[in-house]
Design a binder for this molecule. Structure first.
Ligand SMILES: Nc1ncnc2c1ncn2[C@@H]1O[C@H](COP(=O)(O)OP(=O)(O)OP(=O)(O)O)[C@@H](O)[C@H]1O
Ligand SMILES: [Mg+2]
Length: 494
C-alpha cells in the first residue's frame, strides 16, 4: 500500500512571515530592461498544489504556504510589502526565424528572495509584452509546468523550480474554453539568450553591455579574469554559457527529455531548463520523436536538440559580437561545445550502464544499445531501470523480454557483461529513474484536477521528487504507457 504522505503540508505556524524585502536587480539596471506593473487578479483562487521543498529552498517558511495570504499572493491577487512587480523585455529566434520583440507576455517577476532567487508568476495577466495574448495560462499547462519543474529537479537536471500552482474558475479561451491557473516559479535568474539578443538587435550597445556585465557579475564572476580569455570577459561568458548548455543537453538526451520549443527566448543564460510547454519524456525510444504537434517540420525533434542548442548559441554569439569584438574570437568561444557535449553525453550514458570510468570499446557499446533501443522501439525508461535491476539481481530475462530482436540483444548483452570492470548496480539505480512524467500520467492528473480533485497532482509530485526510489505500491506509475497515450496531442497552446 501507499507509503507516501499525500496530505499537503499544513501550516504549523500561521504567523510565519515571508520576507519584507523583495529587491530586483533587473529593476535596478534601469527602465530599458523592464516595465513595472501589477498582476491582474483572478476570481475565487484555490490551491492546486504547492511544494514545501521549494519554499524551503527559497528561504520561505513552508508554514506560510497554505495560508490565505500565500494563496492570494501566489495567484497575483495581492502583493507582500516590498514587492515591486515587473515584466522584462526580450526578443528571440522562434523556429529558426527572428521574431523581433517578445518579452514576459504573461510572466511577472515579484522580486528576489533573501537567497537571491527570483520569484515569478506565470499566467498572471497582460503586460506591455503580451502582443495579442491574454496574459493567462490554463490549468492543464500549468500543472504540466509545475510537475515537470520538480520532476527535472528530482532527476538532478538544472531547471527553474515551481513553488505552487493555483487555479481559478475564470474562463480562458484556447481551442476550447478552459480555466485559468498561475504557476509561481523560481530561478536564480530567468534571463534568456533573447534578453541579450534584444539589445543587440536594436544596436543599443550600452544596455547590451550593462546586461552582459550584470550576468557576469551575478552568475559568472570567473569570466572577469579567465585564464583562457584574459581581458575578454564576454568571450569567456559565451564559452561558459555554451558549456553549461552542453551539459544540460547531455542530461536531456540521456534521460529522454524532449523540450519541444527550443526557441532562443526559451534558452536560459544559466543553462537551466526553462518554459515547460509541449515537452515530453520519451515512451518508446524513437530518436526522431517530435513532441510538439505545432512543430510540423520537426525542427525540435529529440535527436536534433543538441544541434539546435548549438544553433541557438550562435545567435547568442551574434548578440555578444559587438562586445567580443571580432568574429574569430566569438567562434572560438563556441568551439568547446563540440567536445563538451559528446563527452558529457557519453559520461551520462556510462553512468546509466553502471560504469564509473571510461574503458576502450565503451563508445561502441553505447552506440550499440541506443541502436538496439531505436530499432526495437523499446520503452526508454523501463529498459534502463530493468537493466539496472538485471545487474543488481543477475537475471537479464526481464530486460531481454523488452527487445523483439533477441539475437541482437543477446549479442550486445554478452559484450556488455564481458566488459571489465563490470557494472555497478547502485550507480545504475541512481542514474536510471523509475519514474518520469510521462504524458499520460500528467494527462490523468490534469483530468482529475479539472474535476477539482488534486490528489493525482499530489501523488505525482511525491513520486517525481524522488524518481530513483522504489515507492512500493506505485508500480502503475512506472509501467508502460496505455495505448491511448500515443494519441495525446501536446501543442504550443497553453
Ligand atoms: N497567453 C499569452 N499571453 C500573452 N503572452 C503570451 C501568451 N502565451 C505566450 N506568450 C508570449 O509569447 C512568447 C513566446 O511564448 P512561449 O510559449 O515561449 O513562452 P511562455 O510559455 O509564455 O513562457 P515562459 O517562456 O516564460 O515559460 C513569450 O513572449 C510569451 O510571454
Ligand atoms: Mg517561453
Amino acid at each position: 500500500m501507499s507509503t507516501l504522505d499525500l496530505a499537503p503540508a499544513r501550516p504549523s505556524d500561521a504567523s510565519a512571515a515571508p520576507p519584507a524585502n523583495w529587491p530586483s536587480r533587473l529593476a535596478q539596471l534601469g527602465p530599458a530592461f523592464s516595465t513595472a506593473l501589477q498582476p491582474t487578479p483572478l476570481p475565487q483562487p484555490h490551491w492546486v498544489a504547492y511544494s514545501p521543498a521549494v519554499a524551503q529552498a527559497l528561504g520561505l517558511d513552508p508554514a506560510w504556504l497554505g495560508t490565505d495570504e500565500a494563496l492570494q499572493v501566489l495567484t497575483g491577487n495581492a502583493l507582500l510589502p516590498g514587492m515591486k512587480p515587473l515584466a522584462s523585455v526580450y526578443s528571440g529566434h522562434q523556429f529558426g526565424v527572428w521574431a523581433g520583440q517578445l518579452g514576459d507576455g504573461r510572466a511577472i517577476l515579484l522580486g528576489e528572495t533573501p537567497q537571491g532567487h527570483e520569484l515569478q508568476l506565470k499566467g498572471s495577466g497582460r503586460t506591455p509584452y503580451s502582443r495579442g495574448g491574454d496574459g493567462r495560462a490554463v490549468l492543464r499547462s500549468s500543472i504540466r509546468e509545475f510537475l515537470c519543474s520538480e520532476a527535472m529537479h528530482g532527476l538532478g537536471i538544472p531547471t527553474s523550480r515551481a513553488l505552487s500552482v493555483t487555479g481559478s474558475p475564470a474562463p480562458v479561451r484556447r481551442e476550447t474554453i478552459e480555466t485559468a491557473a498561475v504557476v509561481a516559479r523560481s530561478a536564480p535568474s530567468f534571463l534568456r539568450f533573447g534578453h541579450l539578443e534584444h539589445f543587440a538587435a536594436r544596436n543599443d550597445l550600452v544596455s547590451l553591455r550593462q546586461l552582459a556585465d550584470e550576468v557576469i557579475d551575478q552568475h559568472y564572476p570567473d569570466c572577469r579574469d579567465h585564464p583562457r580569455w584574459p581581458g575578454q570577459p564576454f568571450a569567456a561568458l559565451l564559452e561558459a554559457v555554451s558549456e553549461r548548455t552542453a551539459a544540460l543537453l547531455a542530461q536531456w538526451q540521456a534521460v529522454g527529455f524532449c523540450h519541444g520549443v527550443m526557441n532562443t527566448d526559451n534558452m536560459s543564460l544559466l543553462g537551466l531548463t526553462l518554459d515547460y510547454g509541449p515537452f515530453q519524456f520519451l515512451d518508446a525510444f524513437d530518436p526522431g520523436h517530435i513532441c510538439n504537434h505545432s512543430d510540423t517540420q520537426g525542427r525540435y525533434a529529440h535527436n536534433k536538440q543538441p544541434n539546435i542548442a548549438y544553433w541557438n548559441l550562435f545567435c547568442l554569439a551574434q548578440a555578444l559580437l559587438p562586445l567580443i569584438g571580432d568574429e574569430d574570437t566569438a567562434v572560438a568561444a563556441l568551439e568547446s561545445y563540440k567536445s563538451v557535449y559528446p563527452a558529457a553525453f557519453e559520461a551520462r550514458l556510462r553512468a546509466k550502464l553502471g560504469w564509473h570510468q571510461a574503458v576502450e570499446g565503451d563508445t561502441e557499446l553505447i552506440e550499440g544499445v541506443l541502436q538496439l533501443l531505436a530499432q526495437n522501439r523499446v520503452d526508454y525508461t523501463i529498459f534502463w531501470r530493468r537493466l539496472s535491476q538485471a545487474v543488481a539481481q543477475g537475471d537479464f530475462e526481464p530486460v531481454r523480454d523488452l527487445v523483439l530482436d533477441r539475437p541482437a540483444f543477446d549479442a550486445w548483452c554478452q559484450r556488455y557483461q564481458a566488459r571489465a570492470p563490470g557494472a555497478d548496480a547502485d550507480l545504475m539505480l541512481r542514474s536510471n529513474p523509475k519514474f518520469v512524467l510521462r504524458n499520460h500520467l500528467g494527462e490523468l492528473a490534469i483530468r482529475q484536477a479539472q474535476n477539482h480533485d488534486f490528489s493525482g497532482v499530489q501523488t505525482l509530485l511525491k513520486l517525481l521528487e524522488r524518481p530513483f526510489e522504489e515507492h512500493p505500491g506505485f508500480e502503475a506509475y512506472a509501467d508502460f504507457p496505455p495505448d491511448w497515450a500515443s494519441s495525446i496531442e501536446i501543442s504550443c497552446s497553453s
